[in-house]
Design a protein around this ligand. Structure first.
Ligand code: AMP
Ligand code: ZN
Length: 125
């Protein structure tokens, strides 16, 4: 059934606590944890606890959960002090959803990358 845990999914295992992760924030619907191979000083993944293969299928099936991903991404950015500010240390951040293998998606459980803490080039590679 849509949204149900998948036995062969790494991120479902993290949600279940069967694979360890450095969790930085958790809500009723979401888990945010540090990427094991960080590409920036802050590199956090925000995932819905429900299993959907990518963010677009999540949004189509459960739009409120897709919105929650962004809400939690913003809360993580706040926690990590990467929110753009003229007075604080934050310089801004990027929220990335790789969608499809050709775009670099390797884990087929919807997730947002929250990247910040250094200058970020545009366009991305
Ligand atoms: P993507 O390539 O967009 O599908 O992103 C998957 C991300 O998951 C990559 O940035 C990986 O470094 C990260 N990753 C893979 N295994 C783990 C893990 N066990 N804990 C935390 N992050 C992971
Ligand atoms: Zn999953």
């Amino acid at each position: 059934m849509a949204g149900e845990p998948q036995a062969d999914c790494l991120f479902c295992k993290i949600v279940a606590g069967d694979v360890p992760a450095t969790v930085v924030r958790e809500t009723e619907t979401m888990v945010a944890f540090r990427d094991i191979n960080p590409q920036a000083p802050t590199h956090v993944l925000v995932i819905p606890k429900a299993h959907y293969p990518d963010v677009v299928s999540l949004a189509a099936a459960e739009p409120a959960l897709a919105a929650d991903v962004l809400v939690v991404a913003g809360e993580v950015a706040d926690q990590e002090k990467i929110v753009p500010s003229e007075t604080g240390p934050g310089t801004g951040y990027r929220i990335v959803f790789n969608t499809g293998a050709g775009a670099g998606q390797t884990v087929f459980h919807a997730h947002a990358h929250v990247l910040g803490g250094r200058g970020l080039n545009w366009p991305p590679g």
